[in-house]
Design a protein around this ligand. Structure first.
Ligand code: CTP
Ligand code: MG
Length: 239
């Protein structure tokens, strides 16, 4: 079943600097497939209608041939170049979409999202206008002052580590990003922040998964190999 006028933006235009790898991290292999394969496959078998893949400028053809055609991703309707920072790439993806009512923005560096998470994200976007998957933190979090002394300890049950998909009513998130680009400076690190800051809109937090990690530093690759086995059991042979 396909839900009409829904889209996913899959981000793969980063440089992966913290991974210190020669190959951009989205193309590194885990379980014999490029990292970016997993997120695209999750959307391919989901209720989402179309996918916009955002790549580094100049890598569009490579992605079309080696990823989209090679693995037969039919839902990827567009491959567009991204920008310098993540929020530039998100905006490129948003501008590429037409006739979209709800959009899920996802880091291509998070391979283990599930069909269930995609469905709950879409439902959240429809119900609340904006929702983000995340998990309540396991560690106690300290806010530090400028000299690295602990200055505050927020109550742990109120602290969430947010993940992606971050899911929105399309016109809301587009309006928020348009407003963001009218500003000179910004320190945006996720999409929910843009909506909160630009439109003072509330964003609902929904449960993601402890498996929904972002591959960021080298030790994440070892964890990913272990998680992949669990993920394949859960999501079936299609993965
Ligand atoms: N991303 C993007 N465009 C950018 C920067 C990031 O599309 N200009 C994407 C990445 O490809 C990744 C996601 O946003 O899927 C999350 O970003 P991050 O984990 O920070 O990836 P990188 O920016 O590639 O890594 P690093 O910050 O270590 O360089
Ligand atoms: Mg980055």
């Amino acid at each position: 079943m396909i839900e009409e006028n829904t889209a996913a933006i899959v981000l793969a235009a980063g440089k992966g600097k913290r991974l210190h790898s020669d190959v951009p991290k989205q193309y590194l292999h885990i379980g014999g497939k490029p990292l970016i394969y997993y997120a695209l496959q999750a959307f391919e078998i989901s209720v989402i209608e179309q996918v916009v893949l955002v790549t580094a400028p100049g890598e569009e053809e490579y992605c079309r041939r080696e990823i989209v055609e090679s693995y037969g991703f039919k839902k990827v309707t567009q491959i567009v170049p991204g920008g310098e920072e993540r929020y530039h790439s998100v905006f490129c993806g948003l501008l590429a979409l037409k006739n979209c009512e709800h959009v899920l923005i996802h880091d291509g560096a998070r391979p283990f999202l599930t069909s269930d998470m995609i469905w709950r994200s879409l439902c959240g976007a429809r119900k609340y206008g904006a929702c983000v998957v995340g998990m309540p933190v396991k560690d106690t979090i300290k806010i530090s002052d400028s000299e690295n002394y602990a200055s505050q300890t927020p109550p742990r049950e109120q602290v969430w580590a947010v993940q992606t998909p971050q899911s929105f009513s399309y016109h809301l998130i587009k309006e928020a990003y348009e407003k963001l680009f009218l500003q000179k400076e910004t320190n945006v690190t996720d999409d929910a922040m843009v909506l909160e800051a630009m439109l003072q809109k509330r964003v609902k937090l929904i449960r993601g998964s402890h498996y929904n990690i972002k591959i960021t530093t080298p030790e994440d690759l070892a964890v990913a190999e272990v998680f992949l086995k669990e993920y394949q059991k859960e999501e079936g042979a299609g993965q």
